[in-house]
Design a protein around this ligand. Structure first.
Ligand code: 7TS
Length: 405
């Protein structure tokens, strides 16, 4: 059981005021707030350890290298990867999928081939594949969803063929909150020898990820959505795939030796980490994962499911409010439209009450189009949110409705 009063004290920003109202932060799918331990880790690193890694014999460099590599092992254990060199630090989910599309995609996708994504994807898991398909004269195919926002598995199975070279789907939709059925998705792809990339940007902070048990080929994630700093994230890839891939970027640190005639690339994971990385960010991400582990993902998930159920219940009772994304398998996200009131107006009025939500297409324009709407208002909860905060949103929405009608 999570003691919310106690846990909220870990997040200094939650005690701040916005527009003279206590902050109600319900935009956690965009980015989560940071616990004091993560903030302290960044300050401590820059105060006491700051140094470049993998190159100095001096004490600070060795200490910084150790902390950075320890963070990689924390990530490895968190997702139960077999080897720590299967973890590549990146700027985040976006850079991770770009890396896979540009390197792995470059090897496996050729003219006439197909890449499969779903109708639930964030632009980050659409555009890199689109660019790859364009370059290779391949086709991007989209697995359809039903009116509840669920992937149609029958249709998916029919779309798989010898032309399919990679399947890339989100684990949880950032626009609707649908949890996708990854076990059958991966199994159906693997039974035909097709690798699967899973976008866990919206799931890794909510539900346990075990890459060996799931047997996925790649996963991507962003540190800032899992209580860590911005500008850091990671790619997990099976070693057999990473070994085959060419470097994504080139320069320092990703080499073993360089002459003007020839460069020998470094081993994994450094082959994919050109240049000075976000050292403090990686260490901060490690601390954020330790924080999540201390609370426990089961407790986090239980609390967030309770908030999701409560929020859904009180919001769907509001006249003229329609929830978009009504799957029974959802996590932490409630997207909705209100008759006659644009989401940006709702967002602006909620902000006046100190409530932070996201409005717009959520970088998932095709998902919005599927429902014939340009935008929604999106509430996304974290374990530190409360039922009282959700009540405040419902009250605020009722006030907006009164003003507009
Ligand atoms: N994939 C999913 C499912 C996402 O939700 C996001 C960001 C990304 C990839 C990209 O992550 P980034 O850290 O590289 O930007 N989603 C959102 C959102 O829903 N609101 O703001 C960012």
């Amino acid at each position: 059981m999570i003691d919310t009063n106690l846990i909220r004290k870990d997040f200094p920003i939650l005690a701040t005021f916005v527009n003279n109202k206590p902050l109600v932060y319900l935009d956690n799918a965009a980015t989560t707030q940071k616990p004091q331990v993560v903030i302290d880790t960044l300050v401590d690193y820059y105060t006491n350890t700051n140094s470049n890694i993998h190159r100095g014999v001096h004490r600070l460099s060795q200490e910084a290298t150790k902390q950075y590599e320890d963070a990689r092992i924390i990530v490895q254990k968190f997702i139960n990867a077999k080897h720590s060199e299967e973890i590549i630090f990146t700027r985040g989910a976006t850079e991770s999928v770009n890396l896979v599309a540009a390197t792995f995609g470059d090897i496996v996708v050729n003219a006439g081939d197909e890449v499969l994504i779903s109708h639930l994807e964030h632009h980050a898991n659409i555009v890199p594949w689109q660019v790859l398909c364009h370059k290779k004269n391949a086709t991007l195919k989209v697995i359809p969803i039903n009116d509840s926002g669920e992937i149609l598995l029958d249709e998916y199975e029919k779309m798989l063929s010898s032309k399919t070279k990679i399947v890339a789907v989100s684990h949880i939709s950032n626009a609707l909150g649908t949890i996708t059925p990854i076990a059958p998705i991966i199994e159906m792809a693997h039974s035909r020898g097709i690798p699967v990339l899973l976008d866990t940007a919206q799931s890794i902070q909510h539900i346990p990820i075990d890459v060996q048990q799931m047997d996925c080929d790649f996963i991507i994630a962003s540190g800032h959505k899992m209580y860590g700093p911005t500008g850091i994230g990671f790619l997990y890839g099976k070693r057999e795939h990473l070994d085959k891939m060419q470097p994504y970027q080139t320069g320092g640190d990703m080499i073993l030796s360089v002459s003007f005639e020839k460069t020998i690339y470094n081993d994994l994971p450094y082959k994919f980490e050109a240049g000075t990385p976000n050292i403090a960010g990686a260490i901060g991400l490690g601390k954020a994962i330790e924080y999540i582990q201390k609370i426990g993902l089961d407790a986090i998930n239980g609390r967030e499911n309770g908030l999701l159920a409560y929020g859904t219940e009180i919001l769907q009772n509001i006249d003229g409010l329609h929830i978009i994304g009504t799957s029974a398998h959802k996590s932490s996200i409630i997207s909705f439209v209100l008759d006659g009131i644009h989401p940006h107006d709702i967002g602006t009025f909620l902000d006046a009450d100190g409530i932070a939500v996201r409005t717009g297409h959520h970088c998932a324009e095709p998902t919005m189009h599927r429902f014939g709407i340009p935008a929604t208002t999106r509430i996304s909860v974290a374990f530190y949110n409360t039922k009282e905060e959700l009540d405040a949103v419902a009250d605020s929405i009722r006030n907006v409705i009164t003003m507009f009608r």
